[in-house]
Design a protein around this ligand. Structure first.
Ligand SMILES: [Zn+2]
Ligand SMILES: [Zn+2]
Length: 70
């Protein structure tokens, strides 16, 4: 079995500058897959970007209310 070392969340956040890519906050940071695993993305530092909880939700479109901006 190949033992591929998965980078730790903390290490990735540090490598990416330690802040949300959208608003620059350093709180409630989460890792976001640039290419979703379901689309063939990989669990590797290259495929992660840092987002705060708020922007992670926005990017995924998790809203209870549907808003139409058009
Ligand atoms: Zn943010
Ligand atoms: Zn995400």
């Amino acid at each position: 079995m190949v033992n591929r070392k998965k980078p730790s969340k903390r290490a990735i956040i540090k490598a990416c500058g330690g802040k949300c890519a959208e608003c620059g906050t350093t709180e409630n940071l989460t890792l976001h897959h640039i290419i979703p695993l379901s689309d063939g993305g990989i669990d590797d530092a290259e495929n992660f970007m840092i987002l705060c909880d708020e922007h992670q939700k926005r990017l995924h479109g998790i809203h209870k209310k549907k808003r139409e901006d058009r």
